[in-house]
Write a protein of this length. Structure first.
Length: 99
């Protein structure tokens, strides 16, 4: 099987707890993360099931994000070059406004 490596930074305590739970369920942490990534690709949706209450900051950020989405204020790109060109233009426009 052809594979790629993903390196992430996470709290060591979170990693250890996640590995323990994965093991208790009969999985490796890698297989669970792969399953999550496949689900993300298939559904194009992020799902978290947690009993923890989101912070007020997160709730507000999600509300603002949803307003932007509904208002059509989202920019997407087909490739990295288009994205970089867009950002370069934004930076140049910002510099021109300051001059």
């Amino acid at each position: 099987m052809n594979t790629a490596v993903i390196n992430i930074k996470t709290n060591p305590e979170v990693k250890a707890k996640a590995q323990k739970i994965a093991e208790e369920l009969g999985f490796s942490l890698s297989s669970l993360i792969n399953g999550y990534l496949r689900s993300l690709v298939k559904t194009k949706a992020v799902h978290f099931n947690t009993s923890e209450k989101p912070t007020d900051y997160l709730i507000q950020a999600l509300k603002e994000s949803e307003k932007d989405r509904r208002a059509g204020r989202i920019v997407s790109f087909k490739n990295l070059k288009d994205e970089m060109d867009y950002l370069d233009k934004m930076i140049a426009d910002d510099k021109n406004k300051k001059n």
